[in-house]
Design a binder for this molecule. Structure first.
Ligand code: FPP
Length: 223
């Protein structure tokens, strides 16, 4: 995802397939840590929130390009379990931004056959946002286009702990023999159960850290 130089991106300009793009070598699943928004805004003398707004525009462009080029899944880190410790007004701004974006974009997601899913512990999110998430997930559930996974209140270690708890519960109920637990059984308990692992991770700020994102799934990804 390139840093947008203007808030609104001219899609007609960027949507042409790049020359020499070899469809055989395209990633199937791209994961994105969408950071650097605040720094992008500060570098331009703008409030951090403007950076998040610009991030949404960059995300829309990325989703469209991935879809157009035949990439099957895009998974983005929208809000981590650690992000709750940000200043209260920034957290509220982000929650409201998620709500507005979902309301505003649902129609075009549906038109473009995008299947949206939210990965994370969603019960901790504001009720209004939970309702919109449920609605967007249900409406787009039978779409056959790109899978767009939005990690919200997501943490990679937490995801692994939850998977371990579920496997332990199933073992205690006698549904599962612990000695039969293998990588596939484990992966099937993760939020990403129905996806292939990402083959490419992009961190938009340019930093080279995984920061608790998709710890299991990124085992073999290019960064
Ligand atoms: C992290 O770094 C970025 C976020 C916490 C927010 C990213 C979310 C969006 C762009 C909105 C996406 C909306 C939907 C509905 C998917 P930062 O930008 O605060 O980074 P910095 O402090 O590293 O500059």
């Amino acid at each position: 995802m390139t840093r947008p130089s203007v808030i609104s991106t001219d899609l007609s300009r960027v949507c042409k397939s790049p020359k020499g793009l070899d469809p055989q070598r395209l990633p199937m699943h791209v994961a994105v840590i969408m950071d650097g928004n605040g720094r992008w805004a500060e570098a331009r003398g703008l409030p951090r929130m403007m950076g998040h707004r610009a991030g949404v525009e960059a995300l829309k462009t990325t989703l469209r390009l991935c879809s157009k080029w035949g990439i099957k899944a895009l998974t983005v880190y929208a809000f981590s379990t650690e992000n709750w410790s940000r200043p209260g007004d920034e957290v509220s701004f982000l929650m409201t931004l998620f709500e507005r974006v979902l309301q505003r974009e649902l129609e075009s997601l549906q038109r473009e056959k995008v299947k949206i899913n939210f990965l994370g512990e969603l019960k901790a999110l504001p009720k209004r946002l939970q309702v919109l998430i449920k609605e967007a997930t249900e409406i787009t559930s039978s779409n056959n286009g790109i899978h767009f996974n939005v990690c919200t209140n997501y943490g990679g270690r937490r995801e692994i702990v939850l998977a371990a708890q579920r496997l332990a519960e199933r073992s205690m109920k006698g549904e599962l023999d612990p000695s039969n637990i293998d990588e596939n059984t484990f992966a099937a308990e993760l939020f990403t159960a129905s996806e292939v692992d990402p083959d490419l991770l992009i961190r938009t700020s340019g930093e080279k850290r995984i920061s608790n994102f998709l710890l299991w799934q990124l085992a073999y990804s290019e960064i």
